[in-house]
Design a protein around this ligand. Structure first.
Ligand SMILES: *[C@@H]1O[C@H](CO)[C@@H](O)[C@H](O)[C@H]1NC(C)=O
Ligand SMILES: *[C@@H]1O[C@H](CO)[C@@H](O)[C@H](O)[C@H]1NC(C)=O
Ligand SMILES: *[C@@H]1O[C@H](CO)[C@@H](O)[C@H](O)[C@H]1NC(C)=O
Ligand SMILES: *[C@@H]1O[C@H](CO)[C@@H](O)[C@H](O)[C@H]1NC(C)=O
Ligand SMILES: *[C@@H]1O[C@H](CO)[C@@H](O)[C@H](O)[C@H]1NC(C)=O
Ligand SMILES: *[C@@H]1O[C@H](CO)[C@@H](O)[C@H](O)[C@H]1NC(C)=O
Length: 551
């Protein structure tokens, strides 16, 4: 055998080898979504369960794994899951928003297939249609770092998911009726932690620990509106990760978590063997609601070390200051081997500034919520499909401008779609002239919340930006009468929802979609629509558009 042939054979077998192993591991799930009954407030309530679980099952995986979930909709209404914070690179087909996917109809099933590409951290999923999120259907997701890519902390003895949220005595359909009728959803009736208030008589432990060991708590606020404060009696928490970024490892007694946000902390079990309360309570509301869960040490006699719950901070300033204390660890790797800080976001020129002002508007006698005067409504044909099939008269691009209109009170109800040029670096300023906190989430991306401040934003406000090490994340708060500015590169082609996390406002239009189209129409930038995608509205029966080009 000549040298060349041997080399060729080696080369061929090497290519074959890598092709087999390049495929990332698969995780298959079958999820049956149905109504069920729980009684967290003492009275039976109809909730949305997944495989008879509330909250739903955990998705535990590593970066890049293939997640395949066959979802059976056993409800009496259309249903979709969305995967909060999962970027779906090139693949908004799996984002599961009403603007990207046709709903799974009652009695039908549909299969999601996605990969958390180059992502690590704590996340959650939830139902994206109407007010269904108020009834459950949510659950935690853990994305571990691939082997060989070090995380900047030691493995823990165990990991705990903590799903916390405000909770209402009314079901999702009642809440929808209240909002459709022009009335407001007022304060929550309770806070739940992993489905419980903690008021139950049986003091069953929620988290079991052993003295001398260290544990990871993955905390997500999956609620409708209420900001929460999370804390553990007599224990400090070391923040290690926040929405996919590794943070500087500061120690906190308590951490504010706004709707849609997640964080990961390490907790040393360094106290006397006893029971300790894990607490989540509402912030910024007159009447505080609290949920507790018991963390029980091995050898505990089953009694709390103290019946006095640790107090929550009060006021906005504390929360803003805590946000300022969160820092990106520039030398730690995230999901890729290179250090996070090698992306110098502060040195990139801003090509466009979009200022979005939220306002309550009244259209046709009905209360709605708008961004720059347009209150979003989902058309029957998902925006992404209308764009892909080039179907006209579903929506118009750029009804709103980059500046809010002078007369912001005049609202208009329409699909709200902004287009962003592929790969441009854009600044989005959220201005909140209202008295309640706002929270915004962007699908498909993580962004740099460079600044926050009181009053109105001006170009001068840029002088206060953290251009070095703000924590890159997917959800950010805007305090009352304040602004928040975020920076990001629009390098993920697709149709992406930018939404208020306050679900009543979201339901009534405080959201929009950002269309990012690669002019190359290339598979390098975006996948073709999968053959299995559901069709509805104006794209039923249309022939598939030609494939994007292979390079
Ligand atoms: C979760 O996934 C990680 C990484 O894929 C794995 O090491 C770990 O054993 C899993 N944990 C559970 C409880 O299945
Ligand atoms: C529905 O579920 C069946 C298995 O029960 C599966 O074979 C089929 O592919 C699923 N359909 C879709 C559209 O995911
Ligand atoms: C950042 O991460 C690196 C790498 O794991 C670690 O050595 C360093 O101590 C961390 N720095 C801070 C300030 O947390
Ligand atoms: C928590 O941290 C503070 C400040 O670092 C320290 O004074 C306190 O002793 C710590 N508490 C526990 C229970 O470790
Ligand atoms: C950014 O803009 C400045 C001034 O307009 C210009 O001098 C500089 O070269 C630009 N930097 C990059 C990286 O494009
Ligand atoms: C989309 O359709 C319009 C007519 O409705 C046509 O002018 C345009 O060229 C089409 N665009 C693409 C990308 O096919």
């Amino acid at each position: 055998m000549s040298y060349l042939t041997t080399t060729l054979i080696l080369l061929v077998s090497f290519v074959g080898f890598s092709a087999v192993f390049a495929e990332d591991p698969y995780h298959f799930f079958t999820w049956r979504v149905s109504y069920g009954t729980i009684s967290p407030l003492g009275k039976p309530q109809k909730v949305i369960m997944i495989n008879n679980q509330f909250p739903g099952p955990v998705i535990n995986c590593s970066s890049n794994n293939n997640i395949v979930i066959n979802v059976f909709n056993n409800l009496d209404e259309p249903f979709l899951f969305t995967w909060n914070g999962i970027q779906h690179r090139k693949n908004s087909w799996m984002d599961g928003m009403p603007g990207t996917n046709c709903p799974i109809l009652p009695g039908k099933n549909w299969t999601y297939h996605w990969q958390p590409k180059d992502q690590v951290g704590s996340y959650f999923y939830f139902p994206s249609i109407g007010m269904q999120k108020a009834a459950g259907g949510f659950g935690p997701m853990r994305i571990h770092s691939r082997n060989l890519i070090p995380v900047p902390y030691f493995p823990a003895a165990e990991e705990f998911d903590v799903v916390v949220h405000d909770w209402y005595a009314d079901g999702h359909k009642e809440l929808q009726k209240i909002l459709d009728g022009g009335r407001a959803i007022t304060r929550p009736d309770a806070v739940l932690m992993n489905g419980k208030t903690g008021d139950e008589d049986d003091l069953k432990p929620m988290f079991n620990v052993e003295a001398g060991k260290t544990y990871i708590f993955r905390v997500c606020n999956v609620g409708l509106k209420a900001s929460l404060n999370f804390r553990i009696q007599s224990h400090n928490m070391t923040l290690v990760e926040m929405e996919g970024s590794h943070t500087v490892q500061n120690t906190y007694n308590s951490i504010d978590v706004h709707v849609g946000q997640c964080f990961t902390v390490m907790v040393d079990a360094n106290q006397d063997p006893s029971d300790y309360f894990v607490v989540a309570s509402t912030r910024f509301l007159k009447e505080v609601q609290t949920a507790t869960g018991i963390m029980r040490y091995k050898g505990s006699k089953g009694r709390p070390a103290s019946s006095v719950l640790p107090g929550a901070p009060s006021g906005w300033a504390w929360s803003l200051n805590q946000w300022r204390s969160f820092r990106w660890n520039l030398t730690a790797s995230a999901a890729r081997p290179n250090p996070q800080g090698s992306f110098h976001y502060g040195q990139i020129n801003i090509t466009r500034t979009i200022k979005l002002v939220n306002l309550r508007v009244v259209v046709g006698g009905k209360v709605r919520y708008a961004l720059n005067g347009v209150s979003h409504t989902d058309p029957d044909t998902p925006l992404k499909l209308a764009e892909y099939f080039n179907v006209s008269k579903v929506f118009e691009y750029n009804l709103i401008g980059d500046e809010p209109p002078k007369n912001t009170e005049a609202g208009k109800i329409a699909p709200n779609v902004l287009s962003a040029e592929f790969r441009t670096f854009i600044e989005i300023v959220f201005e909140n002239p209202e008295k309640s906190i706002q929270v915004y989430h962007l699908d498909g991306y993580s962004f740099f919340p460079a600044g926050m401040g009181p009053g109105k934003w001006t170009p001068e406000s840029r002088k206060t930006y953290n251009n070095l090490d703000t924590v890159s994340r997917h959800t950010v708060q805007v305090y009352q009468n304040s602004w928040t500015a975020i920076l990001l590169t629009f390098d993920n082609a697709g149709m992406w929802n930018l939404r208020s996390g306050s679900w009543d406002r979201n339901y009534l239009g405080q959201q929009l979609y950002i269309s990012v189209v690669s002019p190359a129409r290339s598979l390098r930038d975006e996948y073709n629509m999968p053959e299995i995608s559901m069709r509805c509205g104006k794209v039923v029966g249309l022939p598939m558009p030609p494939s994007y080009s292979p390079v």
